[in-house]
Structure formats: C-alpha cells, structure tokens
Design a protein around this ligand. Structure first.
Ligand code: NAP
Length: 335
C-alpha cells in the first residue's frame, strides 16, 4: 500500500480508501465484512461512508451501511481512519437533508450512534447546498470539530468556485479549515482537472475521488450496450433493487464510452494488467489525488483494484491514456 498525508494536515491515509456504499444494499452484511477484511489485509486503512448509504436507499433502510460498519469497527476503531458524510436526504422532513446547522448536527450525531464511535476522523458535507448560507455550513463544521465529533472536515461534490469561497470564508472568520474535497473522477470523467484540481493543488486541499471504475464500466464486465444486465446492476434501467436510483446509465452507458473502454482494454493488455487495475492506477498516478475510493459488492472484486498500488504508469503511458480520454475533460457536468 502507499500512504500519504491528507492534504495539508498531519494525518496519514492510505492511497486506496474503501467505499462502503454497497453495504446493506447490493451486498449483505457477511459480504460487507469480507470486503472490509480483505481491504484491511491489503493495507487499506481509510474507510469512507455516509449517513444516506446504502446507495439508492432513500426512504427505506437509510443508515444500514453505517450500522454494518459500526458492528465491524467494534474492537478495531483505532486501527482505521473513518470518514463519513452528511447532507444527503435521510428522512421525509424538509430539514432531513442539506447543509443547515440543524441537519448537519443531527446527521453527525446519528452517524456516530450507528458507527458506535465518539468521533469520525473526517466529516464531509455530502453535496453543495446553495439554499443554505455557506457561513452557516462552515460554522456547523466548526462546531463539529470543536465539540470533538470529528477530527477534520471536508466537502464533497463542490464546484471549484464554491470550494474557493468556502476556504476563504472559513479563513476570514477563523473557522476550522476545510481540508478535503471528495469528487467523482475516472478515465471517463475528468472535468475536475480543469479547475478543482489546480485549486486543490495550490491550496493543499486533499482530493479523495469516488467512482474510479465508473461504477464497474471500467472493469470490462460490461462489453456492449446490447448486453443483458443483472437485476441489481447500477446500469439496469429496470432495476428495482438497492442500486436502482443511481443515474449511472445516463453517465456512462453510451457508444462513445464503450469505444473508449475497448481502447483502454488494449492498453491494459499491453502491460499485462486488467483494465480495472489500469483505471485505478491511472487515478493514483495523478499527484494531486490523495486517495482513490474504491467500491465492491464482493471481496474478490478488490483483488485487481488493490494491485493498482504496485502498477506503475510511466510518463509515456500516462500521456497516452490522457490523450485517449481527453474528451472527458469536457462535457455535461450534471451527468
Ligand atoms: N461523494 C459522493 O457523492 C459519492 C458518490 C459515489 C460514491 N462515493 C463513495 O465512493 C465509493 C466508491 O464509489 P463507486 O462504488 O462508484 O466506485 P467504483 O470503484 O467506480 O465502482 C465500484 C463497483 O464496480 C464494480 N467492480 C469493482 N471491482 C470489480 C471487479 N474487479 N470486477 C467487476 N466489477 C467490479 C462493482 O459493481 P457491482 O456492485 O455492480 O458488482 C463495484 O460496486 C462508494 O462506496 C462511496 O464510499 C461517494
């Protein structure tokens, strides 16, 4: 495993972070525990969760992921760095989502109860909430750190200009720093390279990135748009299970992405790696990225992602992969 500092902080984290969004959704508790065991045996010591997980659980079963993680954490809380997020919808009331002081404080207290811990290491605002004054959100994050509920705070899914505002306003008001940003990033979605990554680099903000395998597109298990899909696949438009509400099909299920996937697969073959390993290694090859948050619904799926830490992407290959996927630096930011 490779380790690095979380941005400008003194905290050391593993460059692979384990995402838990499938726990209690597309994978049951026994599988989730096997995934956690496999990840930690492979040197991963950084775990990412959220109050709203499992994915697609809005309205029923929200919070199950943190409960499963909390049971696994018993007796080993100090062996891992735990990050959670609040702000996504967790209940029916108007105040059960967003970045108000009310919701963020309710959300972290509920997360700590489910996780069975007094504190998380990193607490992140899950989404930007333009309906709440940024100052209110920053003051709530300040309370969260000063009250001991979290060691550090960050944001997720923020555009660069909103992160810049958050950094500046927290500094002006002497509130705790936003030390990290969590964003989507993979070979098929590179928009953050244009503004967010240069900002993060200059301001030494840690960047943790989700969806490095484009939800499974970059594993090669999907070969063409005509392929029949399992019921619980994130890409199945008829899915009614835990992954059903995600918009993955809109994001990646296009001829253009399949053509790129085949070209990437050929490059992976040339260096004797799977496209999964190549895709995660490409993310890690970017020095601005602190950690890639990898996901799985079965422990065996982690094998190829874990190999990425030892897969060297030299400068000519990096440049070639960048050129092959150049068009994904641009595009519809909403997808
Ligand atoms: N901040 C946010 O808004 C946000 C959003 C999304 C995710 N996240 C975080 O990031 C984590 C990772 O996100 P993600 O799940 O989208 O990441 P991902 O790494 O792009 O996708 C993971 C999925 O890829 C498939 N997969 C992985 N390895 C495979 C293999 N070797 N062979 C075949 N399929 C394989 C599995 O799909 P199947 O389950 O279909 O088998 C797995 O669930 C989440 O758990 C969560 O912690 C954060």
């Amino acid at each position: 495993m490779q380790y690095t500092k979380l941005g400008a902080t003194g905290l050391t984290v593993s460059r692979l972070c384990l995402g838990t969004m499938t726990f209690g959704g597309t994978c049951d508790e026994a599988q989730a525990r096997a995934i956690l065991d496999k990840a930690t045996e492979g040197g991963i010591s950084f775990l990412d969760t959220a109050s709203s997980y499992p994915m697609g659980s809005e309205g029923s079963g929200t919070g199950r992921t943190e409960e499963i993680l909390g049971r696994w954490l018993k007796g080993r809380r100090h062996d891992v760095i735990v990050a959670s997020k609040g702000g996504s919808r967790v209940g029916p009331h108007a105040w059960d989502a967003g970045s108000s002081r009310k919701h963020l404080l309710d959300a972290i207290d509920a997360s700590l109860r489910r996780l069975g811990t007094d504190y998380v290491d990193l607490y992140q605002v899950h989404h930007d909430d333009p309906s709440t004054p940024l100052e209110e959100t920053l003051e709530a994050l300040d309370t969260i750190v000063r009250s001991g509920r979290a060691r550090y705070v960050g944001v997720s899914n923020f555009l660069a200009y909103r992160l810049a505002l958050a950094l500046g306003r927290a500094e002006a008001r002497r509130l705790v720093k936003v030390v990290s940003v969590q964003s989507r990033y993979n070979l098929l979605f590179r928009q953050i390279e244009r503004e967010l990554l240069p900002l993060a680099s200059e301001e030494k903000v840690a960047v943790t990135v989700y969806n490095p395998l484009a939800g499974g597109m970059l594993t090669g298990k999907y070969q063409s748009m005509a392929q029949p899909l399992p019921e619980d696949s994130r890409f199945n438009p008829a899915a009614t299970g835990a992954g059903a509400k995600a918009n993955y099909r809109d994001r990646y299920w296009h001829e253009r992405e399949f053509t790129t996937l085949h070209a990437l697969r050929a490059e992976a073959d040339k260096i004797g790696q799977s496209v999964t390993t190549l895709a995660v290694a490409w993310v890690l090859a970017n020095p601005v990225i602190t950690s890639a948050i990898i996901g799985a619904s079965r422990a065996e799926q982690l094998v190829d992602s874990l190999k990425a830490v030892d897969c060297r992407i030299d400068a000519p290959l990096k440049q070639h992969l960048d050129e092959l996927t150049h068009e994904y630096r641009f595009g519809d930011a909403q997808r």
